[in-house]
Design a protein around this ligand. Structure first.
Ligand code: NOJ
Length: 523
């Protein structure tokens, strides 16, 4: 039973992220697709999720696996057709599962008609004014217009044959739009309406904090920041000068999008992917007249420790409370190392991942799951000859391919039922995944899949009824204990067994409540 009839369904929703090319392949070409999703929806219904978020499936040359969109209003033929999309959407709705699609407004593909027209047109033309074309510096304009670096490595500017440069905060095949040009905003409002008219329930907004850059496109002031550590990540961001991120003008866009969403029936929503520098700036995206949710990435950065988990919870809840919004929680996605591996890998990593998942699911708000975490999948070491992540290809350093390996569904050998036949998927699957297939885990009550199914069911029965009041009872001695109404969540992040509080044990992530690397829900 999902909460399909709850008018503000997204407030407490469990949303399952589908990375389309790696979820399920309907036609045997080695790439996940729309038909594959439709066929596997019953798995998600049985898991008990309320919604799916689909990563980009639009027409795209796939340099960044769909985050380089060439046509925002069509399905890439590799993934199917608009009819296949409608079929998938209808089937999901029939099962009580909402559908959120990804929208990529910061940049397009260099194959988008607008960018192609911009390349054909002269400097200073209306066509170029939809993107950020500028003259270079140096005697002949041979130097980039400023010192900005691409997130994927190297300068954020590429020069075109007539000598001008265009800005791309990501790959050079992903030119940034100029959101100060009203044509861009108008185009995206049409895109939103196109998908809302088809019946989608919401949007995940890619790089939501990036649309506007400081108008002067001035140099970034580079300061020495301490070596990266998960603990200091938020602090580091506060010290950095960021003329390319989180500009105040972006909020007007989301006020307009709020009105569009509101004009449709059924509580349509949007969730921002906004890597903001502080929790306070994150909260600005979810003011009452802006977006419904923003991803809270704190948990992606937090190490395995009771103290850091307590900090994530307290910090998040206090900041969303200021704007009267509900929190979101996420432990894994297609851009980060899977949490079982972050917490040490192997049986310990998986045990900790299950315990952290229970902590997340006990909290009020919406939880985002990443495909495969319900199987306890770990990051895969993908051989270099298979790398496809543009950041890995640019920098030569292993990138995000390891969390994007196609899902094992059944059978003893790759492709593990990913698609029909024996054709291999776009990234190779480890042979030991035969023990981790959905088929192998479904029948085993101690499997991670069975655990996730139970956890989502108990969450619906116990956690959702427990109200929204959270109290951190303790995070001493590496044991986190917090309550949500009459529900108590106990997580032992330490290395010695402890006694859990008195009460009825509703769920335990391992065999013994209070054991190391184990979470327990009690009432
Ligand atoms: C964030 C997406 O999650 C990531 O996969 C993508 O590479 C960048 N945005 C650029 O669109």
């Amino acid at each position: 039973m999902s909460n399909f009839n709850d008018p503000k369904w997204w407030r407490q929703a469990v949303v399952y992220q589908i990375y389309i090319r790696s979820f399920a392949d309907g036609d045997g070409q080695g790439l996940g697709d729309m038909a594959g999703i439709t066929a596997r929806l019953p798995h998600l219904a049985e898991l008990g999720v309320d919604a799916i978020w689909l990563t980009p499936f639009y027409t795209s040359p796939q340099h960044d696996h769909g985050y380089d969109v060439a046509d925002y209003l069509d399905v890439d033929p590799r993934f199917g057709t608009l009819d296949d999309f409608d079929t998938m959407l209808g089937a999901a709705h029939d099962l009580g599962i909402r559908v959120i699609v990804d929208i990529v407004p910061n940049h397009s593909s260099d194959e988008h008609v607008w960018f192609q027209a911009a390349l054909e047109a002269a400097p200073g033309s209306a066509e170029r004014a939809r993107y950020l074309f500028r003259d270079g510096r140096g005697t002949d304009g041979e130097l980039p217009p400023n010192n900005w670096q691409s997130i994927f490595g190297g300068p954020a500017w590429t020069r075109v044959p007539d000598g001008q440069w265009y800005l791309h905060l990501f790959d050079r095949t992903q030119p940034d739009f100029d959101w100060r040009n009203p044509e861009v905003g108008d185009m995206f409002e049409d895109v939103l309406r196109f998908w809302l008219d088809r019946g989608v329930d919401g949007f995940r907004i890619d790089v939501a904090h990036g649309l506007f850059k400081e108008a002067t496109l001035r140099d970034q002031v580079i300061t020495e920041v301490p070596e990266h550590s998960a603990d200091s990540a938020m602090v580091e961001r506060q010290q950095a000068d960021e003329p390319m991120w989180d500009q105040p003008e972006v909020h007007d866009v989301y006020r307009r999008w709020h009105k569009i969403l509101e004009s449709y029936p059924g509580d349509r929503m949007a969730v921002a992917e906004a890597w903001t520098s502080t929790a306070a700036s994150m909260a600005r995206f979810i003011r009452p007249d802006e977006l419904q949710q923003t991803f809270n990435f704190n948990w992606l950065l937090a190490p395995w420790s009771a103290e850091s988990f307590a900090e994530v919870i307290t910090d998040t809840l206090s900041h969303v409370a200021i704007v009267g919004a509900t929190p979101t929680w996420v432990l894994s996605n297609h851009d980060v190392v899977r949490h079982a591996t972050r917490y040490g890998g192997g049986p310990v990593g998986v045990a900790r991942a299950r315990a952290a998942t229970m902590a997340m699911l006990a909290l009020p708000g919406s939880a985002y799951l990443y495909q495969g975490e319900e199987l306890g999948l770990e990051q895969v070491e993908v051989p270099q000859e298979f790398w496809q992540d543009p950041s890995a290809l640019t920098t030569g350093v292993e990138g995000r391919d390891g969390c994007r390996v196609p899902i094992p569904w059944s059978g003893q050998v790759p492709p593990f039922g990913f698609g029909p036949g024996s054709g291999q998927p776009w990234l190779p699957q480890p042979p030991h995944w035969d023990e981790l297939t959905v088929e192998a885990q479904a029948a085993d009550p101690s499997s991670t899949l069975s655990f996730y199914r139970r956890a989502l069911a108990v969450r619906r029965e116990a956690a959702l009824r427990a109200g929204d009041e959270v109290t951190i009872i303790s995070s001493d001695d590496d044991v986190l204990v917090f309550s949500r109404g009459d529900l108590v969540c106990h997580v032992n992040c330490g290395s010695t067994p402890v006694t859990v509080p008195a009460g009825e044990v509703l769920l335990c992530s391992g065999d013994i409540p209070g054991a190391p690397d184990t979470a327990t829900w009690l009432r």
